[in-house]
Design a protein around this ligand. Structure first.
Ligand code: GDP
Ligand code: IMO
Ligand code: MG
Length: 428
């Protein structure tokens, strides 16, 4: 078997959690491959609304195994809280959740460094979630990091202290001298908790599962435009959020990748700093934010809102090798009489392009819009896709043509059930 990958094509929060949970019954194993507690993946079903940060979104489905892969950065404290928040659902997490021994650990001092670096950036803040993501990946690449497997070694406390001492030296340069006593205590309690889980060489587990004919879904976090290589650098996260990240973040070879499900909102949002060509500062933007309930699932910050951006979306589809598109939150556009879609960018020198340019961060880019008639009514989904309003069908058909990729799911509400499958592709 090949491993399917599901990832966000915009600036995160596209609805990955909802769709992974929806699709999970078709899989034997769901695996997170990058990011960490900066992610907030919302699931809604049976009147329950739950946000996951590091635990894969297959966790609510019985008989499915979930893996936190080597490409993830894991905060043991947040992990403990996440598992405790699942207590009331009677899930068998000790049996069906596995953590790679190669997953990097987020230390309390990584969080403090994140805050110190952000503070020092003044007006050029990235808008980090302050979960310690950047500093942890920095230590990984610098070959200084601690990994989940290290917690089993007798000298783990020494290794921990050595890294913390290095962090304290840096923090002092930023005039941040932390009192670590409580933080250390909480950290080691969380490490003891982590040790109760199945810490594994997950690359073997996943590859053996594929060899045995099991179906594996890789769950992305953040979005392609936050990718450290291809996103709006430096306003990005510190990992590869794109398809290659699933290979390196799980130990699965590129020729073992099957479908790549690219998920996007019917409009755009972004949290934190950085360019956003189609951002709206008017009543439409405010209405979109209100109707879409666009507030961060991790930080609660209001999300910036704007119209769909085709140059950015085409770029993300290209980088990821997307084979199927899923369009989310179509219902949020119910409120508009007319809907705009950005088809091209006008560059500062007056040229028109549909390329997502290197200069995206520093240059004034003006979106060029095509206006479409909205459906401007609530959606009756009982009759499936073909019975949706003609204007919504036109919108989907128009996007499919522009993007040269089939749109096989249209999501029309946050609940599992508010999901319309098209083309029969995913029903098998
Ligand atoms: P993720 O990070 O990609 O998993 O997305 P988030 O959970 O951060 O944000 C998506 C938000 O939109 C959540 O509050 C979901 O419950 C909600 N959502 C998902 N799909 C839909 C949809 O089709 N319509 C509406 N109105 N809300 C949706
Ligand atoms: P999910 O998985 C939206 C953004 C932050 C900030 C930048 C860097 O829920 O889609 P970081 O903490 O990673 O150093 O922050 O990336 N960001 C996200 N935005 N959804 C996310 O995750 C995000 N994770 C990070 O707001 O601008
Ligand atoms: Mg989110």
């Amino acid at each position: 078997m090949k491993m399917d990958v599901l990832l966000g094509l915009q600036w995160g929060d596209e609805g990955k959690g909802k769709i992974v949970d929806f699709l999970a019954t078709k899989y034997n194993l769901v695996a997170r491959f990058q990011g960490g507690p900066n992610a907030g993946h919302t699931l809604e079903f049976d009147g329950i609304k739950h946000v996951l940060h590091q635990i894969p979104s297959g966790i609510f489905r019985k008989d499915i195994e979930n893996i936190i892969g080597n490409g993830v950065v894991l905060d043991p404290l947040i992990f403990k809280k996440e598992v405790e928040a699942l207590d009331k659902f009677n899930l068998d997490v000790f049996n069906n959740l596995f953590i790679s021994k190669k997953t990097q650990l987020i230390l309390p001092t990584h969080r403090l460094l994140d805050a110190a670096y952000e503070e020092s950036k003044g007006k050029k803040k990235i808008g980090s979630t302050l979960k310690g993501i950047g500093p942890t990946y920095q230590d990984k690449i610098a070959r200084l990091g601690l990994r989940v497997g290290d917690v089993l070694a007798d000298n783990f406390k020494e290794k921990y202290q050595k890294l913390v001492d290095t962090h304290i030296e840096i923090l002092e340069r930023y005039n941040a001298t932390p009192d670590l006593e409580q933080l250390n205590k909480d950290f080691f309690e969380a490490i003891d908790f982590l040790k109760k889980f199945q810490l594994v060489e997950s690359e073997y587990k996943i590859n053996n599962a594929l060899k045995d004919g099991s179906k594996v879904l890789a769950e992305g976090a953040q979005g392609s435009l936050l990718d450290v290589d291809f996103g709006s650098y430096p306003y990005v996260t510190s990992s590869n959020t794109t398809t290659p990240g699933a290979c390196s973040g799980l130990g699965v070879a590129p020729n073992k990748i099957g479908e790549v499900f690219g998920i996007f909102k019917a409009y755009c949002t972004r949290v934190g700093g950085g360019p956003f060509p189609t951002e709206l500062f008017d009543d439409d933007g405010a209405a979109m934010q209100k109707e879409g309930n666009e507030f961060g699932a991790t930080t609660g910050r209001p999300r910036r809102c704007g119209w769909l951006d085709l140059p950015a979306l085409k770029y993300a589809i290209m980088i990821n090798g997307v084979t199927q598109l899923f369009m989310m939150k179509a219902d949020v556009l119910n409120i508009f009489e007319n809907i705009k879609v950005c088809t091209h960018y006008k560059r500062a020198d007056g040229t028109v392009t549909d390329i997502f340019p290197f200069e995206i961060v520093d240059e004034e880019i003006t979106p060029i819009y095509k206006e479409l008639k909205g459906w401007h009514c609530s959606l009756d989904t009982a009759g499936g896709f073909d019975n949706l309003p003609a204007e919504l069908i036109d919108y989907v058909n128009y996007l499919e043509e522009e993007l040269s990729t089939p749109i096989n799911i249209v999501s029309v509400g946050p609940d599992r059930t508010e999901t319309i499958i098209r083309n029969g592709v995913l029903e098998a």
